[in-house]
Design a protein around this ligand. Structure first.
Ligand SMILES: *[C@@H]1O[C@H](CO)[C@@H](O)[C@H](O)[C@H]1NC(C)=O
Ligand SMILES: *[C@@H]1O[C@H](CO)[C@@H](O)[C@H](O)[C@H]1NC(C)=O
Ligand SMILES: *[C@@H]1O[C@H](CO)[C@@H](O)[C@H](O)[C@H]1NC(C)=O
Ligand SMILES: *[C@@H]1O[C@H](CO)[C@@H](O)[C@H](O)[C@H]1NC(C)=O
Ligand SMILES: *[C@@H]1O[C@H](CO)[C@@H](O)[C@H](O)[C@H]1NC(C)=O
Ligand SMILES: *[C@@H]1O[C@H](CO)[C@@H](O)[C@H](O)[C@H]1NC(C)=O
Length: 673
């Protein structure tokens, strides 16, 4: 009798754990779908979120969005004496006479204004116009820089912050009215530090009917859904003008749930305007084998039942305690946020991540993800269906963090580029980078650019950077270029839409200056397995032309939204087959063709450099057939095991991946961000 009851209970248990497993599987399936859709760039309608947010992560974003402006307040104070003037030059000696500027770091791409006065017949007239302006402005800036006219009074800038509001304060508190007056932002002038904590006293608003299909997933026959959700974000406010601040921590409780219709807390980061993989807490405690953050689970459990069972559950809890039948009493807590009920939320910066407690109980922990440090978190915003009563931030850093690049640049001879040798070069890798990406470039230098093939100059790799709008950045960039000898400056004012000029400069430099057999293009957040990439190129028959990468066939331009492509810019229905921008390889005959077409003013330009490349290769293919080689191992959306290239890798991940590559036999990813 007793036994059968027990086994019934057992079965009941297994049923539940099965049900749980099932839902986990479903979750995975949904997650996978999400990834697929994101990579296919299909606007994803049933993701719940704030309309502006749910759109952004899903659409094509221009590459090279610069992130935190590490130059923000103070300019460099690095002693100049440490910069060796006779650092290895990036160009081959016999070519030096050809270079007009003695520093030898400027691209030799010939660019006369005439080449940008074409008629508008191929729809790129706007692009040509802005290229012409950008080139003129960039040239001028570079000349000023070369002549030493630009001087940054670094010492003074460092000593006195320009503005009272930029002084560090150990604690900050805001009342409701002050918070609203500040535009729902709490400024943390010097960011956070280990142990800093922020407490928010607030109250979720009652749910409202939401009809926007981007926010609420409407089921058949419904025209609105009740939604109550709010958003707490740690942002890096010190960004470049005109760019959205990076979201260092995005914490989004959805009280009425989203597609699951169960309350959920979604957390994420947005690095270079690109959202990471969301971490969703749905009321199940993280599995025991899951990674912990400072020893705490990423997600805690809460009651997932819709009916308010809280009375019953605390009654059972009392009963269990009184009777003492079970030693292990599990107490179920409801979802921490309820409409109209006051909560006290505390966010704390730990050693490994952020910890969130609500009403004294731990609810989530979020591991640090991006290349940001806690001191980059200079603002807290709270938006959505919430009344904020007050916010307190304390244990804040008391000294101004140094955003100066010398903190990131390691001026050691170890990381300098090797001089070009007389031996033929197999592969040239051009890395697109932005002026203020000092950290990213340093991570590339210290990771895959340490490959023995690069060190021995069998493979040559250079960064392609344009002029930055801020002169402090340019001054620092020039020093960096002089020291490391691995930067090719394409002297135009940097601009998302003109990245395509850097691609042409890569073809020019790789083909003519370096004389490499194969030309590769990647970004400064691409991790490259140099030997694997060369092997791919060598698989193609010597006398054939090739285009290797993660190739998109029949892709159509996005015609609406923030990043829409107009019919003036691209009138055809579909793009030509093109390899994704973060990593592709060409045979050098194609790159020579591109440069000479450019010089003859025959090259059609389009603002997406990868699509442009697809177009040029298609043109080349008309005279000599090109072998298109498609491989998913040139991973576009992140990293896969046994990758050739991995994308969206933060500086920390770059170093981690390099360590793994040195130690392990099969190439593996680093999943922290
Ligand atoms: C720099 O150049 C000087 C002479 O031009 C030479 O004596 C010195 O060894 C060089 N230093 C390095 C690091 O190459
Ligand atoms: C650098 O190049 C520009 C344009 O090509 C030229 O006008 C300028 O004189 C050069 N500067 C030096 C110092 O050679
Ligand atoms: C680039 O190099 C070629 C020689 O390879 C030279 O003839 C040409 O003048 C250079 N162009 C520029 C813009 O310096
Ligand atoms: C200080 O900065 C704030 C915001 O950044 C600005 O509104 C204010 O005008 C600045 N004050 C001075 C004296 O520059
Ligand atoms: C049980 O829960 C209800 C509602 O959540 C609460 O009002 C009551 O005080 C709780 N009882 C005990 C003994 O905690
Ligand atoms: C390349 O040229 C070949 C032969 O001319 C043709 O069959 C093929 O479709 C072309 N490929 C592309 C992508 O245009």
């Amino acid at each position: 009798m007793k036994k059968s009851k027990l086994s019934k209970l057992d079965r009941f248990d297994t049923f539940f754990s099965l049900a749980k497993q099932r839902s986990v599987q479903i979750l995975f399936a949904v997650g996978f779908m999400y990834l697929v859709l994101v990579t296919l760039e299909i606007p994803f309608v049933f993701r719940t979120g704030f309309s502006t947010l749910s759109q952004e992560p899903l659409t094509r974003l221009p590459r090279l969005a610069s992130e935190v402006d590490i130059q923000e307040n103070e300019a460099p104070t690095r002693p100049l004496s440490s910069v060796s003037r006779n650092a290895s030059s990036p160009t081959r000696l016999q070519h030096q006479k050809q270079l007009r500027n003695q520093s030898g770091i400027v691209s030799n791409l010939s660019f006369d204004a005439k080449s940008f006065e074409q008629s508008a017949k191929d729809g790129s007239s706007e692009l040509h116009k802005s290229a012409k302006l950008a080139w003129e402005a960039g040239r001028k800036l570079w000349e000023e820089l070369e002549s030493g006219m630009v001087k940054i009074d670094s010492v003074n800038r460092l000593k006195k912050p320009k503005n009272e509001s930029e002084l560090c304060r150990p604690s900050v508190s805001l009342s409701e009215s002050e918070f609203l007056a500040h535009g729902q932002v709490m400024v943390l002038p010097c960011g956070l530090t280990l142990g800093s904590h922020i407490t928010v006293v607030g109250k979720p608003k009652a749910a409202h009917a939401e009809t926007n299909p981007r926010i609420a997933l409407l089921k058949d026959g419904e025209d609105s859904v009740m939604v109550s959700q709010f958003l707490m974000e740690l942002q890096g406010l010190k960004t470049v003008d005109g760019e959205d601040p990076p979201r260092i921590l995005h914490f989004n409780p959805r009280l009425k749930g989203d597609w699951s219709r169960k309350p959920v807390i979604e957390q994420n980061t947005c690095y270079r305007m690109q959202w990471g993989t969301p971490m969703r807490c749905e009321g199940w405690r993280s599995k025991a084998d899951d990674e912990t953050v400072d020893g705490q689970a990423k997600c805690e459990k809460w009651i997932r039942d819709d009916n308010d069972r809280s009375e019953e559950s605390n009654a059972t809890w009392w009963l269990k305690r009184l009777i003492g039948r079970t030693k292990k009493v599990t107490v179920d807590w409801p979802f921490p946020f309820t409409e109209g009920k006051l909560f006290v939320l505390t966010l704390r910066a730990g050693l490994e991540g952020y910890h969130v407690n609500a009403d004294g109980r731990h609810i989530t922990s979020f591991p640090y993800r991006t290349g940001y440090t806690v001191e980059d978190a200079t603002g807290l915003t709270l938006k959505g269906d919430i009344y904020v009563h007050s916010i307190f931030a304390a244990s804040l850093p008391t000294s101004h963090p140094s955003f100066a690049p010398q903190r990131h640049l390691e001026m050691s001879n170890r990381w300098k580029a090797s001089p070009l040798s007389e031996r033929p070069v197999d592969l040239f890798i051009g890395v697109l980078s932005a002026g203020n990406h000092f950290v990213e470039r340093m991570a590339v230098r210290k990771s895959w650019m340490q490959h023995k093939l690069v060190k021995s100059s069998n493979v040559v790799s250079r960064f392609f950077v344009a002029m930055h709008a801020r002169n402090e950045v340019n001054v620092e960039l020039k020093r960096e270029a002089d020291f490391f000898g691995d930067i090719v400056l394409v002297p135009y004012m940097d601009n998302y839409d003109l990245v395509v000029l850097k691609t042409i400069a890569i073809c020019e430099h790789g083909g003519r200056v370096v004389g490499a057999k194969y030309i590769m293009k990647c970004d400064d957040d691409t991790f490259v397995r140099v030997d694997a990439v060369i092997n791919e190129a060598k698989k193609v028959n010597e006398d054939r032309s090739f285009y290797i990468g993660n190739i998109n066939y029949y892709h159509k331009p996005l015609r609406s939204g923030k990043w829409a492509v107009t019919y003036e810019e691209w009138e055809e229905e579909a793009y030509p087959p093109y390899a994704n921008g973060p990593g592709y390889i060409l045979s050098s005959d194609i790159s020579h063709f591109i440069v000479s077409e450019f010089e003859k003013h025959n090259l059609r330009l389009f603002k997406m450099e990868d699509v442009s490349m697809g177009m040029w290769v298609e043109k080349f293919n008309r005279t000599k057939e090109v072998e298109y080689v498609h491989s998913l191992k040139f991973c576009q959306f992140g990293c896969i095991e046994d990758y050739y290239t991995a994308h969206y890798q933060s500086p920390r991940q770059m170093i981690c991946m390099w360590d793994k590559l040195l130690k392990q036999t099969t190439p593996q990813c680093c999943n922290m961000r």
